[in-house]
Design a protein around this ligand. Sequence first.
Ligand SMILES: [Zn+2]
Ligand SMILES: [Zn+2]
Length: 240
Amino acid sequence: MVNSPHIGHFFVTALQQRCSVVTNPQNGETVIIDGGGDFERISAWIDDGIGQPDFEINSYDGERKVVALINTHAHFDHSGHIPFFKEHYGLEWWLHSDDNYLQTLAKKSGERWGFTLPEPAVAENSWEHGETHTFAEMDFEIIHTPGHTLGGCSLYLRVDDGPDHLFAGDTLFQGSIGRTDLPHSGGDMDLLLRMIKERLFPLDDSTIVHPGHGPMTTIGEEKSHNPFLNSDHRGRGAWL
Ligand SMILES: [Zn+2]
Ligand SMILES: [Zn+2]
């Protein structure tokens, strides 16, 4: 458990992917979630305090030490700069192994969108649904939420003195859900909707959701208003 973790958001690549840098203010230890791009900008801020995140929650002025690289899933905008982060910080990388094949395609997929990326990172470590992993003395529960990708996970950080945080990758967005039509990803809309209902909606309504793209939201807000998941709306497929 942790009190008032500092969370910095960096929107990276032309796809504006949310890379979250989470610091435990008790010891400065830091976790990078979805290091998909802007390695130089993010590491300059972490290492030397140069520049600033696009958005910050809580404050922390001390030094940071990166101790873990973890990912929600393997799409290139979330994983494209992991090789740089791994080498610079000398760390292994965590990704659900059901995304390992998708991850091998990161460089090629990026090229299709006009991005130049290094050879894809290989994850040394995987996890399973329901496990809790402690990084930087913060507890992250792994909630496997396939449907956008086979290995897609939502990373749930419990906080002592305020609302919990859910790093949802591209599973759940404000008013929307992840795409299920992306190549080689194992997309499945029925499964995605079921995972959100069964595995994310039981979380406390106050839980702050940090999606992979777009504005933050809360579990309570999406439970009542997300048109893909709310039976008051004929929302399923409405935007497709
Ligand atoms: Zn994705
Ligand atoms: Zn994404």
